[in-house]
Design a protein around this ligand. Sequence first.
Ligand SMILES: C[S@@+](CC[C@H](N)C(=O)[O-])C[C@H]1O[C@@H](n2cnc3c(N)ncnc32)[C@H](O)[C@@H]1O
Length: 153
Amino acid sequence: MPMIVGFGEALSVRARARDLETMRTLLVPSEGLRLLDLGGSIRFQEGHAESIPFPDDSFDRVTAVVSFHHMADQKQALAEIRRVLKGSGRLVLFELPPSRAPGPLMQWIAGYRHGGYMAFHGPDDLLEQVRAAGFRDAATRRGVSGYFVVGTK
Ligand SMILES: C[S@@+](CC[C@H](N)C(=O)[O-])C[C@H]1O[C@@H](n2cnc3c(N)ncnc32)[C@H](O)[C@@H]1O
């Protein structure tokens, strides 16, 4: 089973690699920038997006790559993201639309791997949520394997 799961995840990461250039464009990386990747793996910090273990105004960028749909309280997660962003800091979400949501078997596997909750939204719906959370200049951008939603604190 772990081999099958690993193979499936390797394929999905490979598919997403085509979106990395867009991700880089949207994140505008620069020297000394503080970036928080929710649900990522550069340096592990245990916690939940709904209660981010960092003080207010900590980061220049917050991103979540195919992680947002796992967050059980997405409104609270967006409020927390906004709280830990510095003034004019930028949110970059990369998500899958409902049409690309995994089928029941993959949902079961993903639930087992990443926690049970999953709620997928289309770009317009997620854009509305980001706006409602108080982000300005919110916009969507089409990716290859999913879509991006960006917003500024
Ligand atoms: C499909 S994986 C994506 C991992 C990685 N971002 C990538 O692109 O390969 C989903 C991730 O969301 C994380 N996750 C689930 N619920 C979360 C929450 N409430 N807050 C933050 N991360 C969460 C899981 O632990 C998992 O690492």
